[in-house]
Design a protein around this ligand. Structure first.
Ligand SMILES: Nc1ncnc2c1ncn2[C@@H]1O[C@H](COP(=O)(O)OP(=O)(O)OP(=O)(O)O)[C@@H](O)[C@H]1O
Length: 261
């Protein structure tokens, strides 16, 4: 069996006395599209934050492609090959869509462009522009590339968030509620874009509440409840998984309806 791309071992996180994640263990294999599910407040975003360096783990281990990334800062985790989007994308309002995408490129912040001065910087900028052009096209934002980012709809901002995450060529992309509040047409575009990225070799972890989306896109689901993993199963097994039902609906009454009445 190939070694996992992402591996979490005994990860824990508390905020004060609130034990938000407890003994979280899972692996993600290359090529999977994993849905990270759970009721509100179960710890999904916190988990994404810890893996991507937007918070420090209290205990345990996070390994990406064999490298311990549990203590790395966010920019080093991007360099290692993990990209992410945010539940509520925030971007400089006055910058154009193209500028926002280009600013997410990691190549033009490199040492080489500093050493080789303006010629190197110009080459890096041209490369970032070319890459942003392709990604904006792929995520259906070409027609708005010159508008200020503040002019985008909520759904388009989510697409731009994906573009920004892809500018660093991640091997693993983690998305926080990519379709929340998105119009069905745009939702379909997001689904198709993610499926295409996966066909191109990208591994995806997606926090999402939309069960239609989960069934359509994900190859496996990991379910959190109050900071603990309670299930890892196929999307079509969710409804019959006792732990999942319990997480979402509370205790499961196994008696026949007549008995329970
Ligand atoms: N920076 C923080 N400081 C204190 N508590 C926090 C912080 N971040 C998250 N929490 C707490 O951690 C718990 C889990 O929050 P988290 O946002 O990870 O849940 P979630 O599963 O993503 O929820 P939702 O589906 O509503 O987005 C909540 O009780 C939240 O209040």
């Amino acid at each position: 069996m190939p070694s996992p791309l992402l591996e979490l071992g005994h990860v824990s996180k508390s905020f004060g006395g609130n034990h938000v994640l407890q003994d979280v263990n899972f692996t993600i294999a290359k090529g999977e599209i994993v849905g990270l599910l759970g009721p509100n407040g179960s710890g999904k975003s916190t988990l994404l934050n810890l893996v991507t360096g937007f918070g420090a783990i209290d205990g345990g281990r996070v390994t990406f492609d064999g490298q311990n990334i549990g203590t790395l800062p966010a920019h080093r985790i991007v360099s290692a090959g993990i990209g992410r989007t945010f539940q509520l994308p925030s971007m400089p309002r006055k910058m154009s869509v193209m500028e926002v995408a280009m600013a997410a490129s990691t190549s033009h912040h490199g040492v080489l462009s500093t050493i080789f001065g303006s010629a190197g910087a110009r080459r890096a900028e041209a490369a970032a522009h070319a890459k942003a052009t392709v990604l904006l096209e792929q995520l259906l934002l070409t027609h708005v590339r010159d508008l200020p980012s503040s002019a985008l709809s909520g759904g388009q901002k989510k697409l731009l968030g994906i573009v920004c995450a892809l500018m660093s060529d991640p091997r693993l992309l983690m998305l926080d509620e990519p379709t929340a509040g998105v119009h069905p047409n745009l939702r379909r575009d997001i689904v198709q874009s993610l499926q295409k990225l996966n066909r191109q070799g990208m591994t995806l972890v997606i926090v999402e509440h939309d069960m239609h989306f989960i069934r359509e896109v994900c190859t496996r689901c990991i379910v959190l409840d109050r900071g603990r993993i309670v299930a890892s199963c196929q999307p079509d097994e969710l409804a019959s998984n006792e732990h999942v039902v319990q997480a979402y609906l509370g205790s499961v009454d196994k008696r026949e309806p007549a008995e329970a009445a």
